[in-house]
Ligand binder design. Structure first.
Ligand SMILES: [Zn+2]
Length: 155
């Protein structure tokens, strides 16, 4: 068994879609990034790659590469899963937390878990998504961005 940790932050700006866990969430701002900037999926990719000692998301999917411009981060997670599977690992479980002042994440949580489970070809019970605000404090509390943190256990 091996454990990995992932952490990611993206800026919130007007004129972008807000995509979290592969779901388009109605909101007046979206996360800025080269891909769809799905901060949750990026943290999970990094946790999975970390557990496999296979570097990080920036190494495998560099933001200088036009192939990844605007790409759904679920595709990056699918590639990550196939890389670690080829290396002989299986995802045991994922636990992740989204840090966002708004919007409310709880209505989307079950669908996010299903999306991620389908992408990683594991049972939805093996994924837990949580969300918290930062009580109005700091960059995230003031609505300047969102962050996500994840751990992954590989067997
Ligand atoms: Zn990211």
């Amino acid at each position: 068994m091996r454990i990995g940790l992932g952490y990611d932050v993206h800026r919130l700006v007007a004129g972008r879609r807000l995509v979290l866990g592969g779901i388009d969430i109605p909101f007046d701002k979206g996360l800025l990034g080269h891909s769809d900037a799905d901060v949750l999926v990026h943290a999970i990719c990094d946790a999975v790659l970390g557990a496999a000692a296979m570097g990080d998301i920036g190494l495998h999917f560099p933001d200088s590469d036009l192939r990844f411009k605007g790409i759904s981060s679920l595709k990056l997670l699918a590639s990550t899963t196939s890389m670690i599977t080829k290396a002989g690992f299986e995802v045991g479980n994922i636990d992740a937390t989204i840090f966002a002042q708004a919007p409310k994440i709880s209505p989307y949580r079950a669908e996010m878990q299903r999306n991620l489970a389908r992408t990683m070809k594991i049972d939805p019970d093996c994924i837990n998504i949580k969300a918290t605000t930062t009580e109005g404090l700091g960059l995230i509390g003031e609505g300047g961005g969102m962050a996500a943190m994840s751990v992954a256990l590989l067997t």
